[in-house]
Every structure is written in structure tokens, then in C-alpha cells.
Design a protein around this ligand. Structure first.
Ligand SMILES: Nc1nc2c(c(=O)[nH]1)N[C@@H](CN(C=O)c1ccc(C(=O)N[C@@H](CCC(=O)O)C(=O)O)cc1)CN2
Ligand SMILES: [Mg+2]
Length: 287
């Protein structure tokens, strides 16, 4: 049974995202004074409703901060080489500052081959191996937006990372691996758990900072965390009762010192950080 919720423990991702967007808006206005007009092209392959929604959310955010946004919608039947041609054309287009290919892609297309083809200077998602490699050597430039959003939340809530036990559950290229690298860059002691980890609880119970993004509703229960833990929930699990995270929020909050809700936690930060990256790309390439 879950008792009344202490709202002072809830990390307000929406509010911090608004703060980031306000900063981005100012930079965009200053760039426009210099005749630099940041423009994001989103590439959406197929008709996955969740992907369509995320792309819509990105376009709305562009509108809020003054970034130009263009949609490139392609059929699920497109071949890998046709998609590569499209990416090459966007790389060559001087009016385009950032290219974002919405994931997942259809199974017949290698997402990594596509990521490798994007000009690293236009890689607002930070998925190109050049940008990922720089992250690994602690030269963080364009880095994946979700873990960067979590780092910004840690900063906003003044959570010191150095020397802390950070446990990352999930080892995807989009969240888990870059999150681990960012925490390591800030001198946390990092453990990465995943589907093959034996005895997950033996790791999560030691976490001062816990990040989870595996897509299993309420995987993390109250008995798997220690008192005072700071929890970042990247999971988005939809069912007939609504949207749920990977953390059993209503119960884990009683043990946590701070915790992100789903929705309204990490998700909005992903998009706000993306906006800041489009601006970074525009500044770098002068467009
Ligand atoms: N090219 C990319 N593809 C994908 C990324 C990415 O960063 N780049 N991440 C995810 C999807 N994603 C953005 O693309 C994303 C997911 C969720 C949210 C968000 O704000 N979620 C809301 C909840 C929405 C709901 O109710 O379903 C929240 O958490 O408040 C933003 C972005 C995979 N693909
Ligand atoms: Mg729930």
C-alpha cells in the first residue's frame, strides 16, 4: 500500500525543461541577429504512432524557441540506400543545421549505418560514433539528449555526483551507455546492469543515484532501493491505465530523497536538451 506522496521529493522535469527552453530562446534570438537561423530536419520512417508523437513534440518545441523545423516523412518500405541518399542531401544542404532520424527504424535498415552517415556537426542527437567517442574521452560536445537531460537535472537539484554509487539499469546506446560515461566523467562509481545481470537487486540496493530505462513497468520496487536514493526513471510503458515508468513510483518515493515522475520527469528534458543541441550545431557550422 502506498501512503500520501511527499511532492517535495518529486523532480520537476517539466519546470527545468521550461528553464532550458527559455535559455535556448535567448540564444536563438541572438543568433538571428547574426543572420544565423537554426533549422532542425526530423526524419521519420514509417507510421509508428509513438514516433509520430515524439516528432510532433519536437516540432512544437522548435516553434516555442524559434527554431525552424522541417518534417521529412518517408515510407516504411524505403531502402537503406535510399535513406542514406536522403541523409547525404541533408548533410549538403547549407540551410540545415541539424538532422534527427527518429528511432526505432524499420528492421531492414541498420540504425547504426544511418547514424554513421549523419554529418557529426549536424548530429543533434549525439549518436554519431565521433560524438560518442568524444563523450567516452570526457570531451562532451553533442551527446545523447536523455542522459544529458538527467545530468542537467542533477545540476539543477544540486546533487553531487563525485564519489557516489551510480547504478544504471539498461545498456542501450541511446540512454544506458552514454549515461554511464557521463556519470563516470563526473567521478561517480558506476555500475551498469542489463538483461543478463544476475541479482539486479544486489546492485540497485547500493545505489545513491539510480537511472533506469529498460521498458519494464514498475521493475524497481521499494525493497530494491536504499533510503535517500535519487531516482531517474526513463521508462515509458503505456497500458490501459495510462503511462507508467520502470519504477514503482508510488512506493519507491517513500524511500527516495528525490525521484522523477513519469510522465513529466526525464521525457521533457530530452526534448529541451535537443533544442539546445540544435543551437549548438547552428553555432558550430554558422547556420
Ligand atoms: N532519434 C531519437 N529517437 C529516440 C529518442 C531520441 O532521443 N532520439 N528517444 C526516444 C523517444 N523520445 C524522443 O525521441 C522521447 C520519448 C518520450 C518523451 C516524453 O517527453 N515523454 C513524456 C510522456 C509521453 C507519454 O505520455 O507517452 C514524459 O516523459 O513526460 C520525449 C521524447 C526513442 N527514440
Ligand atoms: Mg504507475
Amino acid at each position: 500500500m502506498s501512503d500520501a506522496i511527499d511532492s517535495s521529493k518529486i523532480i520537476d522535469g517539466k519546470a527545468v525543461a521550461q528553464k532550458v527552453e527559455a535559455e535556448v530562446s535567448k540564444t536563438v534570438a541572438a543568433l538571428k541577429e547574426k543572420n544565423i537561423f537554426p533549422k532542425l530536419v526530423t526524419v521519420l520512417v514509417g507510421e509508428d504512432p509513438a514516433s509520430q508523437m515524439y516528432v510532433r513534440m519536437k516540432h512544437k518545441a522548435c516553434e516555442r524557441v524559434g527554431i525552424l523545423a522541417e518534417d521529412c516523412i518517408l515510407p516504411a518500405t524505403i531502402t537503406e540506400s535510399e535513406l542514406l541518399n536522403k541523409i547525404q542531401a541533408l548533410n549538403a544542404d547549407k540551410t540545415v543545421s541539424s538532422i534527427l532520424v527518429q528511432l526505432p527504424l524499420p528492421k531492414h535498415i541498420s540504425a547504426q549505418t544511418i547514424m554513421n552517415a549523419i554529418d557529426p556537426k549536424k548530429d543533434a542527437d549525439g549518436f554519431h560514433p565521433f560524438n560518442m567517442g568524444n563523450l567516452l574521452i570526457n570531451e562532451e560536445g553533442l551527446v545523447p539528449c536523455t542522459p544529458k537531460g538527467i545530468i542537467r537535472l542533477l545540476e539543477e537539484y544540486k546533487i553531487d555526483v563525485q564519489g557516489k554509487n551510480a547504478v544504471v539499469v539498461g545498456h542501450s546506446n541511446v540512454v544506458g551507455k552514454p549515461m554511464a560515461a557521463m556519470l563516470l566523467n563526473r567521478n561517480a562509481t558506476v555500475s551498469v546492469c542489463h538483461i543478463f545481470t544476475k541479482d539486479l537487486k544486489s546492485y540497485t540496493i547500493e545505489a545513491d543515484i539510480l537511472v533506469i530505462g529498460v521498458g519494464v513497468k514498475h521493475l524497481i520496487k521499494e525493497d530494491m532501493v536504499k533510503p535517500g536514493v535519487v531516482v531517474f526513471d526513463v521508462g515509458i510503458n503505456q497500458d490501459s491505465t495510462g503511462t507508467h515508468g520502470d519504477v514503482d513510483f508510488a512506493n519507491v518515493i517513500h524511500k527516495a530523497s528525490l525521484i522523477t515522475p513519469v510522465p513529466g520527469g526525464v521525457g521533457p528534458m530530452t526534448i529541451a536538451i535537443l533544442m539546445s543541441h540544435v543551437v549548438k550545431c547552428a553555432e558550430t557550422i554558422g547556420q
